[in-house]
Design a protein. Structure first.
Length: 274
């Protein structure tokens, strides 16, 4: 399958990998809802995972959808997921010990994995417009990640608390949206496996990129463009960080207060399950 790209060249459709790992009974959202998996928790009357699948199925850039699960039988607990699986509209692969390791495993084992779009099951606010904006901004990047600025998020939802990396030109929060387009982009996933545990300690991330990047960060000299360029040099890849204009792109459901906010947003939109 091909998608006509800018300038008329043929482009392959993306494989969409949905990370749906679970902390089991230790997950505060699943526990509060009395469900075995956070991805099955309803938002606006519809399970979060199905909302993400709905969004991906509306995207003409996506050719197939793969769920990355610790429990490969999970779709059988939700009739609609079971139907999509039986119809070949979804497939499943086992999750690894962490999100980054799961992405790396998919890149290394999925046939024709590239180009790969990565989303997460706990992002029910994800929309086709967000995905379209992200993918249309990739340019010639080998790998990319989406972020939203604190100014955009706080202006729309001052009550939400996100994790930010503070740089010279502002603070940025991740949007759980990634793309890998080149065969050697697995190097970016390998780097991610090394630094993902430092999500709340950004100085360690830059330390992993080398002393020059660390010093620039510590002395407040590193902006988003410079940080991306430095990581590109270290990894030998063309990396891109796409700044999203959607505050909702940075709001996933990690805790009950996130779920309450997302329910509030859906209620304001009048979006319930049909």
């Amino acid at each position: 399958m091909t998608l006509r790209g800018h300038g008329g060249e043929g482009r392959r459709l993306f494989t969409a990998l949905v990370l749906a790992g679970s902390r089991g009974s230790a997950d505060p959202v699943a526990s509060a809802a009395g469900l075995p998996h956070k991805a099955l928790v309803p938002v606006g009357g519809r399970p979060m995972l199905l909302r993400v699948v709905d969004t991906l199925r509306q995207c003409p850039e996506v050719g197939r959808i793969v769920l990355c699960l610790e429990d490969l039988a999970l779709p059988q607990r939700e009739p609609e997921l079971a139907f999509l699986l039986s119809e070949g509209k979804l497939s499943v692969i086992p999750a690894a010990h962490s999100p980054a390791a799961s992405v790396l495993g998919a890149l290394e084992t999925l046939p024709d994995a590239l180009p790969l779009l990565v989303a997460t099951a706990d992002h029910p606010l994800l929309t086709p417009d967000m995905i379209r904006h992200f993918l249309s901004s990739l340019g010639e990047a080998d790998a990319a990640a989406a972020v939203a600025s604190e100014s955009v998020i706080a202006a729309a939802y001052p009550e939400t608390r996100r994790t930010y990396i503070r740089l010279r030109d502002g603070a940025y929060s991740g949007c759980n949206l990634f793309a890998f387009t080149a065969a050697d982009a697995a190097a970016a996933a390998r780097f991610w496996t090394k630094v993902e545990r430092y999500r709340k300690q950004p100085w360690r991330l830059f330390a992993a990129a080398g002393p020059r990047a660390l010093l620039s960060f510590l002395f407040g000299r590193l902006d988003l463009a410079a940080a991306t360029e430095r990581l590109s040099t270290v990894l030998g890849l063309r990396l891109r960080v796409v700044t999203m204009p959607f505050a909702e792109a940075a709001i996933d459901v990690d805790k009950p207060s996130d779920l309450a906010l997302v329910e509030k947003i859906f209620a304001a939109r009048g979006q319930r399950c049909s």
